[in-house]
Each structure stands twice: as structure tokens, then as C-alpha cells.
Design a protein around this ligand. Structure first.
Ligand code: NAD
Length: 492
């Protein structure tokens, strides 16, 4: 049995433009469920014509929206939250059916998105601007203003959470928003757009443009779209960043990852066994915060045994989901073969895992633990994006941190230890934007911002939390003098 209800009929999702679902003008595409490799949805790709239609309707809607007081904009977000909570189970099933997540992972992702929505709702009380008398009779003030029309391009692996990182904040700040979901997981956009409409968001402010590269390029190149958010692989993040920057746009493009966990002999056995196993197997390893390399410092064999025990107890389809495509399963199996040929010891072999009964056609691989991996090898430095962890043996923390620092990516690093001094050293030396101590998936919770560094992020600022506000808005600086005070000029 699997934990997810798959759709009984093929679901058709279109573009959402001007508050209506309309057919994209490009080729038809199919949505295939990783659970059984069957078609569960269809959509039409979009072209520049479709992007133009969305922009046209967004222009007027955005001006009115930006002139609406933030407390009124926030009311719509309150309604949006209530609708998402009401429909949480249906959304979690749909997003899991198209992305391969388990039901509980689908629900957890939605809840994290709702947490961002709650942060956006709190902006009316948190983000108050500022005003001060800076010299006699002279006041300085700052006000946050919307950018206009903004866009966001998202990956397959979090069909609701990643878009929800930006939708609530960008809309609450007064922007119109165009979303281009992954063509592999477009169905969740049905639920999100319908929820925003039901919440009372004026038509035109929120658009969904389905498709792939052509739609993305049309969005980046459109002169009326002022800012581009992107989350996906490093290769495409860099392309999007460079193309958008050439147009003089602000772009924040989050890329891939190769996250390290430093495991020290003084780590709590149960905490590390569970934390590390869950980190590399959660979402079947298809998350940018998944543990990918285990830097095993000194004698940690007892800890590794715990990780093996927990990972090997997971049942496919119930505790661990499926892989997005058949090709990706083949890539993972071949990468494990290559590591084995290069001398790796396979402590747990997911290549032989059994598919859940009745779902043999799906995209399955079990948790895989590779030992004796060499630093710099494929298994130690390339993002595999599956439930595979590579153990690199290290004699001390110095060696472990040198290996961590040698990888281009910079999303997350964690340490498992009971020593504050060792933890502090890893926090300081990690070449990543996010660090965990005895936490395998160190995702910051709101209002703390999410974002990596190095090849995991192109652009400035973070995608959520307080460090995202300046990305989705302009800060206008005002200097005022109303009093007729001739004894001092504005600088005095
Ligand atoms: P992807 O880069 O293939 O696709 C992401 C988006 O880019 C999709 O909407 C896709 O349609 C679009 N796209 C694909 N090719 C394009 C092209 N040539 N030109 C323009 N647009 C194009 O990524 P994916 O496979 O959907 O997602 C997995 C990747 O995302 C992993 O690398 C993962 O680490 C990363 N990711 C990063 C974060 C983060 O916060 N850093 C979060 C989630 C996922």
C-alpha cells in the first residue's frame, strides 16, 4: 500500500490569467506520477504570447492593489490561509501524487508554506517603516513600496512549499505575481490559484503560466516584469540569473546542493542515527537540504550502524516516496555502480529494493549508504538528488572541514556532537548559508530566512523571512521639512 491517493482521472491544468483558467498556446504536456508511471495530468506549454496576456492584466490590477492599505491586503491572506488549512489533505495528496512524496511529506511541505504565509500576515504589525526628526524641523522617513509585477519559477520537488516561500510575501507587499511551476508538477497550482481566488484576491494579480524553458525565457525577457525569483538546479539558476541580470533586473536564483554532515564520536547515538537517516531519505533524498555526504570523524561505526538500522526499516511508498522520473532512477543506480567500481563499500543497497505491491511500474530506489568514498569523486561532490549518502572517513575535524569547504555548493552543513566547542567550530568554518547542530535538515523556520551561498545561490538576500523583504520591494527614502526654520539648513 502507499500513503497517497492518486487521482482517479486525468486532471487538466491550464494557465491562470485574469482570474480564469485558459489554455496555453504551446504544445500539450503530460504529468506522470512517480508512484506508477501513469499519466495523471495534462497541461499546455506557454509562449511569450501567454506571458504577455498575463502581464497586460496584471498592470492595472497591481496599481490598485498597491494603493490598497496593507491591512486590507492582509485580510485576503488571512482568508487564503484558512482555505489552505481547510483543503490541506486534498492538496497534500495531489502534490504528493505528482512529485512522489509520501502523504506526510506533502502535508509537511504545505505547512511550511503556510508558516511563510503567517509571516506575511504579520508584516502589517512588523514592517512599520520608520520616521525620525534628524535635525531641527527636518524628518527622514522610509516607506516600503511594491516593485510592480514580479515572477517566480519553481522546481518539481516542493510543488507547494517553494512557491509559498514567495507568493504570500510578494503579494502582501503589493506586487502582482506570475508563477511558472515545474512542468513535472503543475497540478498543485490548481489548488493554490483557486484558493487565492476564493480568498478574494482581485483578478489579474496572480497568474500561473505553465511550461518549461520557453515560458521561463519569455518571463525573464518581459520588460514589465521587475524581479525574478528562481529555485531549481544550479545550472539553470545560473542561466536565469545571468539572463535576468543582463536586462538589469533583480534576480534571486537558488540552486542545487551537496550537503555535508560532520559526525563526531561524542554524538548521541539515537539522535544522530535518526537525524542522519531521516535527512538523506526524507523526500527520497530529493530536497536541496538533504544530507548527501557523511564526514565520519574517527570511530563512529556504532553511529553508522544506527543509521543503517533506521534507513533499512523504511517501507517504500509508506515511509519513503518515489523518484521523479524513470531516468533519474537509472542515473542513481548507475552512479552507485560507478562508486562501487571505484572502491566504495555498499553498506545498504537501494538498487535491490522492492517496489510496493501494485506499484511495480513506479520510479523506486531504496536508501543507499556508500562507505569509503574518496573526496572529490562523483559520489562526494556531484548532487545526485536521491536517497544516497556517501561516507568519507576523516581523521579529525580539520580534515572534515577541508573536504566540506572544497565543494562548490553552499546550501547546508550539519554537525552531530555533544560538544559546544566542536559545534561552534563547524558553524564558523562551514562554507554554507545554513548550518545545523544535531539537526539533519537545518531549514530555518520563519521569520528566519532561507538561503545558501556559493553555487547554491545567485543574487543577493534570501528567499524567505525578513531578509526577503528588500528583494520583493523598494524602500523609498523621504526627507521632509514643513516648518519655516531659517536658522538651520537641512544638513544642520
Ligand atoms: P530544474 O533546474 O530542472 O527546474 C527548475 C525550473 O527551471 C523548472 O520550473 C523548469 O521548468 C525550469 N527550467 C528547466 N530547464 C530550463 C531552461 N533550460 N531554461 C529555463 N528554465 C528551465 O530543477 P528541478 O529538477 O525541477 O529541481 C531540482 C533541483 O532544484 C535540485 O538541484 C535541487 O537542489 C534544487 N532545489 C534547490 C532549492 C534551494 O532552495 N536551493 C530548493 C528546492 C530545489
Amino acid at each position: 500500500m502507499i500513503s497517497v491517493n492518486l487521482p482517479k482521472e486525468v486532471i487538466s491544468v491550464q494557465n491562470f490569467v485574469g482570474g480564469q483558467w485558459v489554455k496555453g498556446s504551446g504544445q500539450k504536456g503530460e504529468v506522470i506520477s512517480p508512484y506508477n508511471h501513469e499519466v495523471i495530468g495534462e497541461f499546455y506549454n506557454s509562449t511569450s504570447q501567454d506571458v504577455e496576456a498575463a502581464v497586460k492584466l496584471a498592470v492595472k490590477a497591481q496599481k490598485d492593489w498597491a494603493n490598497t492599505p496593507i491591512k486590507e491586503r492582509t485580510k485576503v491572506m488571512f482568508n487564503f490561509r484558512n482555505i489552505l488549512l481547510r483543503d490541506q489533505e486534498a492538496i497534500a495528496h495531489l502534490k504528493s501524487a505528482e512529485s512522489g512524496k509520501t502523504f506526510s511529506e506533502g502535508l509537511a511541505g504545505l505547512m511550511k508554506g503556510i508558516e511563510v504565509l503567517e509571516y506575511a500576515i504579520s508584516l502589517q504589525n512588523l514592517d512599520l517603516g520608520g520616521k525620525l526628526e534628524v535635525s531641527r524641523g527636518v524628518q527622514c522617513e522610509y516607506r516600503r513600496e511594491a516593485l510592480g509585477i514580479v515572477a517566480n519559477i519553481t522546481p518539481f520537488n516542493f510543488p507547494a512549499m517553494v512557491p509559498m516561500w514567495t507568493i504570500p510575501i510578494a503579494l502582501t507587499l503589493g506586487n502582482a505575481y506570475i508563477w511558472k511551476p515545474s512542468e513535472k508538477t503543475p497540478l498543485t497550482s490548481l489548488k493554490i490559484a483557486n484558493a487565492l481566488k476564493e480568498a478574494g484576491l482581485p483578478d489579474g494579480l496572480f497568474s500561473v503560466i505553465q511550461g518549461g524553458r520557453e515560458a521561463v525565457e519569455a518571463i525573464i525577457d518581459h520588460p514589465s516584469i521587475k524581479a525574478i525569483g528562481f529555485v531549481g538546479s544550479t545550472k539553470i539558476a545560473k542561466l536565469v540569473y545571468e539572463r535576468g541580470s543582463q536586462h538589469g533586473k533583480r534576480v534571486l536564483a537558488l540552486g542545487g546542493a551537496k550537503n555535508h554532515i560532520v559526525l563526531l564520536p561524542d554524538a548521541n547515538l539515537d539522535l544522530s542515527g535518526m537525524g542522519i537517516s531521516d535527512s538523506f531519505t526524507g523526500c527520497a533524498g530529493q530536497r536541496c537540504m538533504a544530507a548527501s555526504v557523511l564526514l565520519a570523524v574517527g570511530d563512529v561505526d556504532k553511529h553508522i550502524q544506527k543509521i543503517i538500522e533506521r534507513a533499512s526499516s523504511l517501507k517504500l511508498g509508506q515511509d519513503m516516496g518515489a523518484i521523479i522520473t524513470k531516468e533519474q532512477v537509472e542515473f542513481l543506480k548507475n552512479a552507485i555502480d560507478r562508486a562501487e567500481k571505484a572502491g566504495a563499500k555498499v553498506l545498504l543497497d537501494g538498487r535491490k529494493a522492492k517496489a510496493p505491491a501494485g506499484f511495480e511500474g513506479g520510479h523506486w530506489i531504496g536508501p543507499t549508504i556508500l562507505d569509503n568514498i574518496q573526496p572529490g569523486s562523483e559520489a562526494a561532490s556531484v548532487e545526485l538528488f536521491g536517497p544516497v549518502i556517501s561516507i568519507v572517513r576523516c581523521k579529525d575535524i580539520t580534515e572534515a572541514m577541508a573536504i566540506e569547504n572544497s565543494v562548490d555548493y553552499g546550501n547546508a552543513c550539519s554537525v552531530f556532537t555533544s560538544s559546544g566547542i566542536h559545534a561552534e567550530r563547524v558553524i564558523r568554518e562551514a562554507s554554507t548559508g545554513m548550518v545545523g547542530v544535531n539537526i539533519g535538515v537545518p531549514v530555518p523556520r520563519e521569520p528566519f530566512s532561507f538561503g545558501g551561498i556559493n553555487a547554491s545561490k545567485f543574487g543577493h538576500g534570501d528567499i524567505t523571512g525578513q531578509h526577503s523583504l528588500d528583494f520583493w520591494s523598494n524602500v523609498k527614502k523621504i526627507t521632509l521639512k514643513w516648518e519655516k526654520q531659517v536658522d538651520s539648513n537641512w544638513m544642520s
